[in-house]
Ligand binder design. Structure first.
Ligand code: X90
Length: 276
């Protein structure tokens, strides 16, 4: 039996017929904590944060969180972590693995630093399931997953970098360049797993056009594309239609983001993970 354990930035809480567990990050103010789990009401959290005047922050899962999700009955555990370039999540998972394996030396654990998050992490999780269904051995998994990640990409459109700056996850210089009304920053995950800006767009129409152009430029051929949106169904649908017009057989799924991605990408944010 194998188990997949991922941090909550993958926006998945449950997978039908797969032993899967999500480990929550936490979003906090000085007054409240929001655990990014299945019970979180994202809409309420975003409303609360919009009306809250103080600072807000996030915390990666503790070792304890990870260890609680590691199943002693599993033969293999695949730990899928968001980028170590922006979060302590991967390090916490590594420490948890060391501690867990002291008492459970027979459980094989592979920790993957995806150097990405959100929908691209979702693609990795889908890939692990596919590889295991094909009977891939534990020993071959790391190489295959890393190869897969060489042919996937994360693009995003954000109308504010406020929470990135507030949490010291990007430089103030980069942060200051965004935040004007109607301006969206288009960017991608860098090879180091940090934010890499591509362009600034005025308005949604420009953003969608640019986004589609970037997807094509990256070499997308109609493979899997996963789209996470922060309460932005309308633009998600527009992007989906534009991609389908170019690639009628494209495998596309759009979904609302959970807590962590909603917090950083903010209302209106779009995250796209795709294969090329
Ligand atoms: O507290 C923590 O350890 C969590 C820090 C997370 C910071 C990044 C969250 C990103 C969420 C927003 C746009 C995508 C940028 C991805 C670049 C790799 C999604």
């Amino acid at each position: 039996m194998y188990k997949i354990v991922a941090d909550s930035s993958c926006d998945i809480m449950k997978i039908e017929n797969v032993c899967f567990e999500s480990v929550p990050l936490t979003i906090s103010t000085d007054e409240r904590d929001f655990s990014d789990d299945a019970n979180l009401d994202c809409h309420n959290m975003l409303d609360y944060l919009a009306n809250y005047n103080g600072r807000s922050y996030t915390a990666c899962p503790s070792c304890k969180h990870w260890i609680n999700a590691f199943d002693e009955n599993a033969d293999e555990i695949y730990v899928v972590s968001m980028t170590s370039g922006l979060s302590g999540t991967y390090n916490s998972a590594l420490t948890a693995t060391d501690i867990f394996q002291e008492s459970h030396p027979d459980v094989k654990i592979l920790c993957i630093d995806t150097l990405t998050t959100g929908p691209e992490m979702r693609l990795v999780i889908e890939k692990i399931i596919e590889l295991k269904e094909k009977g891939t051995k534990f020993e071959s998994m790391e190489f295959k997953i890393k190869e897969y990640l060489k042919h996937t990409c994360l693009l995003f459109s954000l109308s504010s970098l406020h929470n990135f700056v507030q949490n010291g996850r990007i430089s103030r210089v980069l942060g200051a360049s965004v935040g004007l009304l109607g301006i969206r920053i288009l960017g991608k995950a860098s090879p180091e797993g940090t934010l890499s800006p591509i362009a600034k767009c005025r308005g949604n129409k420009k953003m969608v056009t640019e986004m589609i152009a970037e997807i094509q430029k990256a070499g997308y051929q109609g493979g899997k594309l996963r789209l996470g949106h922060v309460e932005n169904e309308v633009i998600a649908e527009k992007i989906k239609n534009a991609v389908t017009a170019l690639f009628p057989h494209a495998d596309i799924a759009a979904y609302p983001t959970k807590g962590l991605c909603s917090y950083y990408a903010e209302r209106g944010g779009i995250l796209i993970g795709f294969e090329f």
